[in-house]
Design a protein around this ligand. Structure first.
Ligand SMILES: [Zn+2]
Length: 900
């Protein structure tokens, strides 16, 4: 899942968004059934039970079990109550954990005293285990040979340590005489030239002497790899293994022992899911903390990653040999889900969210979900993002942030669940949920670090991952939230505000979206607001209220660090009007309605001040966006800043179509969300400021991209290494090369066909989660041609063309004028402009002929291959001829010469 990405100055950019609302599921909490005077005593009885269980110690004086309860009491006959409680018990010498779910019955003994009269074991969860120091086995071997997916690793005689998780081989560490490796991307991956270019930048990261190798693997695969890769295995003892692996072994053991001492109940994970096979084989550079190797996971969208330290998240990712030879279509391959999207879709989210409850940072929530199973499953992981803002907080990761009261099924029965870390856990179902089933789930939880109480008027919520089970790009069909905040604040929610009331010092608002929601967010504070003076409307004329909010502290003069940006009220109007104008433009351009009932824009005074982000029906704008270009000069901004300011609101508004109306199916296909929001903003710029401003934006994409020296494709922008400038390279691909590709389409096919294409894209893909191939298929229908070349070179491929051109004109015997010459091409990549041998781009690139009478005409030349001859006649005497004069095609360099 994509995290948020804030960008500052010059890196003008933005992220996407999506939206939310809530419905009237004011859950009759079971707790209402408990008289106030009894509640405290009931809870005390359960707390005593929990305490008593924790206090028990094993023979080594360690707390080996803990208990927890939902404290959700249900009345039964005889004035008694029942409540669910769990015991987590460490067993088998610390190797495994078992969780038991009990139903406790409580009886009144006296006015002040309740007792647990009965405990019934209802469920037992097993399958959690961890490493225990001391379980390792030691071997000598005669040889090791690995040859898969492009990587070869070989070794002569050496020694091996095998680590076990509850009796199952789980990872290995080894070295041997002449340990060596080689890597060559498989030919069908087309990565060979790119790998050479990367190696030429810093060869010592790729060609080194290895001293150790490690292999981590799934339970089933580990046994197979151990048997097939090693020759002549003989068991031995710790003393007999070589010093290098011995030293690394000791380090790992110390680490494990330390973490067991700190919390004896920690470090458990579930056994691998059936069918999931993975391994990571790494070789470590001699004397350095540097490694290289392969990661394979049959459930990853692209199963193979070639990983090298310093080249994150992977240098390359590609399909496995098995998948490459399976004959599957590009469409099928692109629709392989992300690993965290494998098991379910979120169909519905409804419930209540209470902010600033126990503390100014707390969120209490009770959410009803409907999840549609994409595969069979019997357990699901869940987690939330927590706001750890200081280094101290980051260190204290063992403190729980996510407190789950309960997770219930559709009948209101509590499901077993296990907390596996401070902010994540696993829920276990009593039966296998079958593919296609829609299951209801209710989760009541509290996040102790959900709200950043930034200033007296600005309260910030983490935008991604604040709702368990909800991922960034999920397209949630039904979204309804009831939000409560302290009564002095205004809440901005997703969709339409259905109701608002104040009760007991809390302001309660109810929100409902009438269109699927992606990337939901909520925010609250004390704001000054302005409505747009431009009326935004849906296609049928329905008005769309567009409002901008700035928190009151940001309107004061002071330090930006405390959120006092000195924004003046008059600075709100132009921004909110831009948003309304952009809505009206996109309604016409795409013929698809703005998805929600309103659009709210709100400032973000924290940190990176020049950015935008667009969840459904809400747009965040960094506070500096309000200050105007002149003020920004003093912050070191320049031309890039002013371009950013002209387009940021239009870009973010564009996300209500690209991101909210149409979303990406998986992270390998996120690029278009940004590229099309950015291209939409260029159309807005053209409408508002003219053709010249549009071409300036195109030129800026070119300049930014060329500077970024990217080395991965647009499509891989969130999954592979972007180049020596890291994330900047990826970002420029998505925000510059992607939109430039749409500019090239427009120049190639003309406005009529191009805008028809955009219209078709928006119409046909509305309310869908799509992949790149969907866009390609529509392009082939609209343009009536095989468009593989376009998508392969600009979106799925790497490198930029350079053109050397020499053109001249002369009069011919028939009185006309001949334009002739040559265009040479090569494709380059990276900061050293390494030539990708044998690779050429295709394009209809115009030669613009300027005449002495002041007129001009464009003559497209089909350029493909290394050398293109140009030869055409015109009627009038040319004054000059220009090749690719307006950047009709994206090129690294244009060289006015007959050769490079
Ligand atoms: Zn964006």
């Amino acid at each position: 899942m994509l995290g948020m990405r804030k960008t500052c100055l010059a890196l003008v950019s933005a992220l996407l968004c999506a939206g939310v609302g809530l419905s009237a599921l004011a859950l009759p909490a079971a707790d209402d059934a408990v008289p106030k005077e009894d509640r405290e005593h009931l809870e005390q009885a359960v707390k005593d039970f929990i305490e008593e269980i924790y206090e028990q110690k094993d023979e080594e004086e360690r707390h080996f079990q803990k208990a927890r309860s939902s404290m959700s009491f249900e009345p039964i006959d005889g004035g008694r109550y029942q409540v669910v409680a769990y015991k987590d018990i460490v067993e088998e010498g610390g190797r495994t954990m078992r969780t038991e779910r009990y139903r406790l019955t409580l009886e009144k003994e006296s006015d002040e005293q309740w007792k647990i009269s009965e405990q019934v074991l209802e469920d037992t969860v097993t399958g959690m285990s961890r490493y225990m120091p001391g379980d390792e086995k030691f071997f000598t071997f005669d040889g090791f040979h690995f040859d898969r997916e492009g990587l070869k690793v070989d070794s002569g005689p050496g020694s091996l340590i095998v680590f076990f998780r509850n009796g199952k081989r789980s990872s290995m560490l080894f070295t041997g005489r002449d340990l060596s490796y080689s890597y060559q991307p498989p030919p069908e991956t087309d990565l060979d030239a790119r790998y050479r270019a990367v190696k030429n930048l810093k060869s010592r990261d790729f060609d080194f002497v290895p001293e150790l190798a490690s292999l981590r693997c799934s339970e089933d695969l580990c046994g197979e790899l151990l048997e097939t890769l090693f020759e002549g295995l003989t068991e031995t003892t710790r003393e007999k293994i070589d010093a290098k692996s011995g030293k690394e072994y000791d380090r790992r053991i110390r680490e494990m022992e330390r973490s067991r001492r700190e919390n004896y109940l920690s470090g458990f994970r579930f056994d691998d899911l059936p069918g999931n096979e993975y391994y990571t084989l790494l070789v470590k550079k001699k004397g350095k903390d540097h490694f290289l190797g392969l990661r394979y996971d049959n459930w990853a969208p692209k199963e193979v990653s070639f990983v090298v330290s310093g080249y994150w998240p992977a240098l390359f990712t590609y399909y496995s040999e098995q998948t490459r030879s399976s004959g599957k279509s590009v469409y099928e391959l692109e629709r392989r889900p992300d690993e965290d999207g494998r098991f379910f879709d979120v169909v519905s989210v409804k419930g209540s969210v209470d902010l600033q409850t126990k503390t100014p940072e707390t969120m209490d929530a009770d959410i009803h979900y409907q999840l549609r199973a994409r595969e069979d499953f019997d357990r699901l992981g869940f987690g939330i993002v927590v706001m750890e803002r200081s280094d101290d907080e980051k260190k204290s990761v063992t403190r729980p942030r996510l407190t789950v009261s309960y997770i219930k099924d559709g009948e209101g029965k509590e499901l077993s669940w296990v907390q596996l870390g401070p902010n994540y856990g696993m829920v276990i179902f009593p039966r296998t949920i079958k593919k296609g089933e829609i299951i209801p789930l209710e989760m009541k939880f509290s996040n102790g670090k959900a709200v950043y109480d930034f200033s007296w008027s600005y309260k910030y919520m983490a935008r991604g991952g604040w709702l368990p089970f909800v991922r960034f790009a999920d397209m949630i069909d039904e979204f309804e939230l009831t939000i409560s905040v302290p009564e002095q604040y205004t809440t901005l929610g997703i969709g339409k505000k259905m109701a608002e009331r104040v009760a007991d010092g809390r302001r309660i608002t109810e929100w409902k979206a009438f269109h699927p929601v992606t990337f939901p967010t909520i925010i609250f504070g004390k704001y000054t607001k302005a409505e747009s003076t431009v009326q935004a409307r849906k296609l049928d004329g329905t008005p769309i209220p567009v409002t901008i909010y700035v928190d009151e502290n940001a309107l004061t003069e002071g330090s930006a660090a405390s959120g006092q940006w000195g924004i003046r009220p008059k600075q709100l109007q132009p921004l909110v009007d831009q948003a309304a104008q952009a809505i009206n433009l996109y309604e016409r351009l795409y013929g698809v309605d703005y998805p929600y009932s309103k659009l709210d824009l709100v400032n973000d005074p924290i940190g990176g001040a020049l950015y935008g982000q667009a969840p459904s029906s809400i747009i965040y704008l960094g506070s500096l966006v309000f200050r105007g270009a002149a003020t920004l000069e003093s912050f070191g901004g320049g031309r890039g800043v002013s371009k950013f300011l002209k387009s940021v609101v239009a870009h973010e508004t564009g996300h209500q179509w690209w991101g909210a109306s149409t979303s990406n199916f998986n992270s390998g296909n996120y690029w278009f969300v940004e590229s099309l929001a950015e291209y939409s903003s260029a159309i807005y710029t053209e409408q508002a400021y003219g053709r010249k401003a549009y071409l300036q934006q195109v030129k800026a994409w070119h300049d930014d991209l060329v500077q970024a020296d990217t080395m991965c494709s647009v499509q891989d922008g969130y999954t592979a290494w972007g180049g020596p400038l890291g994330g900047y390279g990826n970002q420029r691909n998505i925000y510059s090369r992607g939109p430039y590709a749409f500019h090239i389409l427009r120049e190639t096919f003309g406005d009529k066909k191009f805008f028809n294409y955009l219209y078709n894209l928006a119409q046909k893909l509305a309310q869908k989660q799509i992949v790149t191939e969907d866009m390609k298929m529509i392009s082939e229908v609209v343009f009536g041609a095989d468009m593989s070349w376009f998508w392969d070179q600009w979106i799925r491929g790497v490198g930029l063309p350079e053109y050397a051109f020499k053109l001249s004109t002369r009069q011919t015997e028939d009185g006309k004028y001949l334009v002739e010459g040559t265009v040479r091409q090569r494709v380059v990549i990276g900061p050293k402009n390494e030539v990708l041998e044998g690779r050429y781009f295709r394009g209809a690139i115009p030669v613009t002929v300027f005449y002495t009478d002041g007129t001009r005409e464009k003559k497209p030349v089909l350029v493909e291959g290394e050398l293109t001859e140009v030869r055409f006649k015109v009627d009038k005497k040319p004054q000059k001829v220009v090749f690719n004069g307006e950047g009709e095609i994206l090129a690294e360099r244009m060289i006015p010469s007959s050769s490079f």
